[in-house]
Design a protein around this ligand. Structure first.
Ligand code: NAD
Length: 396
């Protein structure tokens, strides 16, 4: 295809929506992708009004069905190259399936969908139709997540013995949903959120951070899921003891009732030679502890090899990831942009009829999304049985 910017269509994002905004900024980050259309709201009239009021011109549609159908008749240079699904969890499966079947690539918010039946259908369809499919596990897009992955997976910390992957928030410490607050309302409703509240919403981020950095899978879980705020149907506190595929152990934990915690996602990886610490609220650096040595703090943009811990030659693609100089901070939007940039590369290859990776090394793919849902379903089952150890289903 030509080097025209990729055309992106939004599913969801109108009227006070949250996550569409970081995404749409990240889509425009490089000038090589742009939002051209949207089905922004379930009510058709409001969907069109919201599109008309979008900060730059986009084509509004009354529904994602209409947007996907209309795509068939558009000239090649106006067709959608991918859709971004930023609706609540119960409106992920249907637009994703319909888009894939219409030959449109999909970048979908997490968790992938509501249950493993839907997740399996999505994996099978993406594979059968050979369509790029990304899942928006934002924090994999930090340069320091890439660097942490390199450090752990190249064995610099030795064998992974223990991982603590946590995501603590405090915004649901009171019954916010009773005020009608939009984001809270659907997150506490099993029909719209899925089988777990806190676990599905942010426990899946902690799981993906663990899997991405260590390359290990969770094979068994013993789950404790609590609901501290009275009258809530889903967990608001989620603590999972995990067996890892290398024989190590981990905690994947999340909470939405920790007053004062904002988006405190962090990872501690304890290996037989040293320990790594990473936190998304301070994503520009990570810390390495080695026995009997001062802490080593590595800053994005200021890492050089051959320092007594890192080898002389660091992977060229890691070091070449587009960055601004150290000390000009990158953060949330940059992480999203890195995911969209890498997804764009796969979509362009796909459009050109070439082999594309979509292998989870640059952004979470549909199989990773499936694993997130399998994890949640297994945790719910374990929790029902007072934390009994239960094996996760085999990868599809
Ligand atoms: N990756 C992250 O860091 C991150 C952060 C927040 C939310 N999320 C995920 O993003 C998704 C959206 O979360 P949010 O907080 O932005 O929710 P939100 O409630 O703020 O926005 C959802 C939007 O979807 C629209 N919508 C609902 N049904 C629709 C339909 N049938 N057609 C068109 N639009 C429809 C709503 O009107 C709204 O505009 C969720 O799956 C959530 O888990 C991810």
């Amino acid at each position: 295809m030509s080097n025209r910017p990729l055309n992106v269509g939004l599913v969801g994002g109108g009227k006070g929506a949250f996550i569409v905004h970081p995404h749409q900024k990240a889509i425009h980050f490089d000038g090589t992708r742009r939002v051209v259309a949207g089905a922004l709201f379930p009510d058709p009239k409001i969907a069109l009004e919201e599109a008309a009021n979008w900060p730059y011109p986009i084509k509004g549609y009354v529904s994602y069905d209409e947007m996907i159908a209309a795509n068939q008749t558009l000239p090649a240079d106006q067709k959608l190259d991918y859709i971004l699904i930023v609706t609540p969890n119960f409106v992920h499966f249907d637009p994703a399936m319909k888009a894939m079947k219409a030959g449109i690539a999909v970048f979908c918010e997490k968790p992938l969908c509501l249950n493993l039946t839907e997740a399996s259908e999505l994996v099978k369809t993406a594979r059968a139709l050979n369509v790029p499919f990304g899942v928006a596990h934002t924090y994999l897009g930090h340069w320091t997540s890439r660097f942490a992955r390199y450090i752990v997976q190249s064995g610099l910390l030795g064998d992974v013995r223990w991982v603590d992957s946590y995501y603590l928030q405090g915004w649901l410490a009171t019954k916010l949903e009773a005020t009608g607050q939009q984001q809270a309302s659907w997150r506490v409703d099993p029909k719209r959120a899925g089988g777990s509240g806190c676990g599905g919403d942010i426990g899946t981020h902690a799981l993906m951070q663990l899997r991405y950095v260590t390359g290990l899978d969770v094979t068994q879980v013993s789950a404790q899921m609590e609901t501290f705020v009275e009258g809530r149907a889903l967990d608001d506190h989620f603590t999972i003891y995990c067996q890892l595929s290398n024989g190590g152990k981990a905690l994947v934990r999340a909470s939405q009732i920790c007053i004062g915690s904002k988006n405190d996602l962090g990872l501690v990886v304890a290996g037989s030679k040293g320990t790594l610490h990473w936190r998304q609220e301070e994503p520009e650096s990570l810390t390495i502890n080695l026995p009997n040595q001062p802490d080593r703090v590595y800053w994005r943009g200021a890492v050089t090899g051959g320092d007594g811990f890192l080898p002389q030659d660091l992977p060229a693609d890691l070091m070449a990831e587009p960055t601004i100089p150290a000390g000009h901070p990158e953060a949330f939007h940059d992480a999203f942009a890195r995911l969209h940039r890498c997804f764009e590369a796969d979509v362009r290859k796909w459009k050109a009829g070439e082999k594309f990776a979509c292998d989870g090394s640059k952004y979470a793919n549909v199989e990773d999304g499936w694993t997130g849902i399998a994890f949640i379903e297994t945790c719910v089952e374990s929790n029902k049985h007072s934390g009994a150890w239960i094996a996760l289903p085999q990868t599809i």
